[in-house]
Design a protein around this ligand. Structure first.
Ligand code: SF4
Ligand code: FES
Length: 253
């Protein structure tokens, strides 16, 4: 198929970006979206032009690196699919495909489609961890976990930290990401040690990074490639409230 790619080009976070058009012919419908991007870059390099910078790593839907908005949708038109797992058979001959970076103040553009998502790392550093004793790995069955709690925790743990929820949200809120991380640990006994402060600290860091507020639009859930449910946001709110109340009680006693 023949396509026109409308791609965001931006030198760095201080320069102004703009869309540039690139015609691309004979694209196989069996190729992946990123393979199609590789072909464009090979052609640009052959012509002595700068290739388009974009993030990618595993190309298996695991690492969360392939952040890009395709035709106005984070990760593109295929539901529950990362950009690297998207195939060209979902496009048709003659299509114009618009490709741009995540748009959020907290994700500044580094170059072209690559954004700086270290704000997510700092949110994790603020509380997305558990304390464990060092030494030999404990036996897998040492700490029994109820099946439904383990399943819910696992659902939350499938978040790959891609940032599509932020890109999809008109407020650029990171609530779905933060809620997945809090919900994952809040439901496991191993997460109890830090439970009293985790939600408060992670939400505080999220606010400090400049992410927007949540107004229950649910665009995050609709465009999340791992189908993380907004039910986790309700759990985050409960955790936040209980940790805030317990810290107030401690302060007043
Ligand atoms: S909640 Fe979904 S969209 Fe947001 S970072 Fe996790 S996997 Fe990506
Ligand atoms: S490149 Fe790893 S999830 Fe897409």
């Amino acid at each position: 198929m023949n396509l026109t790619l409308k791609v965001w080009r931006q030198k760095n976070d201080r320069s102004e970006g703009k869309f540039e058009d690139y015609p691309l012919s004979d694209v196989s419908e069996d190729s992946s979206f990123l393979e199609m991007r590789d072909i464009l870059n090979e052609q640009l390099v052959e012509k002595g032009k700068e290739p388009v910078a974009f993030d990618h790593d595993c190309r298996e839907g695991i690492c969360g690196m392939c952040s890009m908005t395709i035709n106005g949708i984070a990760h593109g038109p295929q539901r529950a699919t990362t950009a690297c797992q998207l195939h060209m058979r979902h496009f048709k001959d003659g299509d114009t495909v618009v490709i741009e970076p995540w748009r959020s103040k907290a994700f500044p553009v580094i170059r072209d489609l690559v954004v700086d998502r270290s704000s997510f790392d700092r949110i994790i550093e603020a509380g997305g961890y558990i304390s464990v004793g060092t030494g030999q790995a404990p036996d897998g069955n040492n700490i029994p976990v109820e099946k439904d709690k383990a399943s819910h925790a696992f659902d939350a743990a499938t978040c790959i930290g891609c940032g599509a929820c932020v890109a999809a949200c008109p407020n650029a809120s990171a609530m779905l990401f933060v809620s997945a991380k809090v919900s994952h640990l809040a439901q496991l006994p191993q997460g109890n040690v830090e439970a009293k402060r985790r939600a408060r600290k992670m939400v505080q860091q999220m606010d400090d990074e400049g992410f927007g507020y949540c107004s229950n639009i649910s665009a995050c859930e609709a465009e999340c490639p791992k189908e993380i449910s907004i039910e986790h946001i309700a759990r985050l709110n409960r955790e936040y409230l209980s940790t805030s109340l317990s810290s107030e009680e401690t302060a007043s006693s």
